[in-house]
Design a protein. Structure first.
Lengths: 339, 339
DNA sequence: ATGAAAGCGCTAACAC
DNA sequence: GTGTTAGCGCTTTCAT
């Protein structure tokens, strides 16, 4: 059984490929094709179960209606959500999405970018690594429309959709301070990553504004993992002047810290208060539901898609945009007021 | 700036498109192309930053090296993991993956399938809805290689990669029984879904074997949601002869049930024991870590990919295969032995 | 050791 | 109203 092409149909209805193509693309009206012909073609196409070969169209149109989305860890609920919203938004606009998971691996990121370029995607959405510069220039060299979300790379001019990490963290730390906490630890991720740097800035500023000292041994940088959160929290607890509150810079760290505190036999929030960046399912399932700084994930996804599509369609000719969205402090149970 | 094609290079090195193509596809040796020519071509390609247009190749080769993966809820960690492993396995085999999220919506599933067909994917991996029959026949009509995972549809002959739901559940319930539980509730999902039916079978068989009665009011079918788990557990607790142990048929339900129990002021496992199907992050983050039946997610992913690729490459000519993988009972803290 | 030519399936400019 | 033709970028058969 041969596959049905325009030619197959054309032969059978005794019209040309062009006519068939025009009918099937709903252009028969503006080309003055008779309704009879149109109906005949449509009927035959249905009968033969014709399905357009999108690849052939793409080749011809030099447009694939495909967008590549590259994230660092699709397993992290933050990215899962992001990807879900992006996929959905693009689907409704007629685009197909190729989701690429790099697992924080530059090699794999490189491989994925090359695949996307070979496939001539119309645009790429990227949650970059701080060290992705070389990989990103592959994209920029080709002038493939590109939008970043989640993370900023100072060296790269581009469109960014971000959240106000500094303000979000400040709000969190201010809240802690307002509850009487003076010894507040910061458990951070990669110290060179933009998000982490800004969150740390927010932390420092809030302390300064409240005339509280920034104590180096209260600051634990490493990476965005459960393990780091776990170990850092244990170390902090062992301190003579142990902090009374922890700020954790992402959803993995906060979980590790939570576990670390529990495993030390301490209670949240009676013994230690804790607040995390990112909201996520587990945060509300814990017996003490976590107070967190929530990122507007759906809004990030939608903004990114809009921005990218406006670039693709040349609708947007202004120079690079950096859009900063607001976070929201969600008060739950993991913070206690100090007497 | 024009994009570099084979022709661009051919013109500049004064060889034909064919020669350039052969060189760039590493076939220059078997075609007796001189090394000098090859080097020249390669150098020029690099200089011009040539990137092959995969779409054009696909059109010619009638093969896209693209696989569609359709899941019901990418947000559910079970599927996220599955997708991650599938994507990774296919990536290493040179395939690109288009991930489609249906959100349990048949319309959207239909839309996604049509997109995949129009794009002439080489194969499709599908976690089907029980009611997907019409959608699936779209694929079967086209003879596009197809592999199912996660869920079986009795009416459809095809390749399936599944786990032994019945045995897994039996093992869980047997464990409960061995711990002295006699009043065991079953909080299930969609009663018509194959997984749920088999899990329920396992539940009933274990009870029967232990000569325990199957009490209808201990069985709560509805859907695989947190909400259902939550409400069902509350109802069960209110019963006069409330069960001492709950079996929850998936990761969402078990979380709901957990929360329901806590919210009733009861303690796990002192007051109620609980066991879930599926392992997942939150299960080990809860203060009482959940005892669960764990599905071998990576193995499911790998088997499915292998099977699908063997079909695509006509390596595997045997008739349809149903592969049933083993689950594993992971003992943690949510079950108490009854005196 | 290399090239010419045909064609994958589609679309659009131009022709009548 | 409809057809002809050219071409998107690539590969491959056949020829020399």
């Amino acid at each position: 059984m041969q596959i049905t092409t325009l030619q197959t149909i054309a032969n059978l209805v005794h019209y040309s490929r062009s006519t068939v193509s025009r009918v099937l693309n709903d252009q028969w009206n503006e080309h003055g094709i008779s309704e009879a012909t149109a109906e005949l073609v449509i009927a035959k196409a249905k009968e033969l179960n014709y399905i357009k070969n999108e690849g052939a169209s793409s080749l011809r149109a030099k447009k694939t209606f495909t967008i590549g989305v590259i994230v660092r860890d699709i397993t992290n609920p933050f990215y899962t959500q992001l990807v879900k919203f992006v996929e959905n938004a693009l689907y409704t606009k007629g685009y197909t999405v190729i989701i690429c998971n790099t697992g924080y691996d530059l090699e794999k990121e490189n491989g994925h970018i090359n695949v996307l370029l070979r496939r001539r995607v119309d645009g790429i959405i990227l949650s970059p690594n701080q060290k992705s510069i070389d990989n990103i220039s592959l994209i920029k060299d080709r002038n493939v429309p590109l939008a970043f979300f989640d993370c900023k790379i100072d060296e790269i001019e581009a469109d960014y959709i971000l959240v106000d990490n500094e303000a979000g963290t400040s709000e969190a730390v201010n809240h802690l301070i307002s509850k009487g906490h003076k010894k507040i630890a910061y458990i951070g991720g990669d110290p060179f990553e933009s998000n982490n740097r800004l969150r740390y800035e927010g932390y420092k500023k809030s302390l300064s504004k409240a005339a509280l000292p920034i104590r180096e041994h209260y600051v634990k940088h490493s990476n965005y993992t459960f393990k780091h959160g776990y170990e850092a929290s244990k170390e902090l607890i062992r301190l003579n002047d142990a902090p009374t509150a922890f700020f954790a810079a992402n959803n993995r760290i906060v979980l590790g810290a939570y576990k670390g505190i529990i495993d030390c036999g301490l209670h949240i929030p009676e013994d230690v208060s804790i607040i995390g960046f990112d909201d996520f399912e587990t945060a509300i399932m814990l017996p003490i539901r976590l107070t967190v700084v929530c990122q507007p994930i759906e809004e990030i996804a939608l903004c990114t898609v809009d921005l990218l599509l406006s670039r693709i369609n040349n609708t947007n000719t202004q120079s690079f945009v950096t859009k900063i969205l607001k976070t929201e402090l969600i008060l739950r149970q993991s913070i206690k007021g100090l007497a």
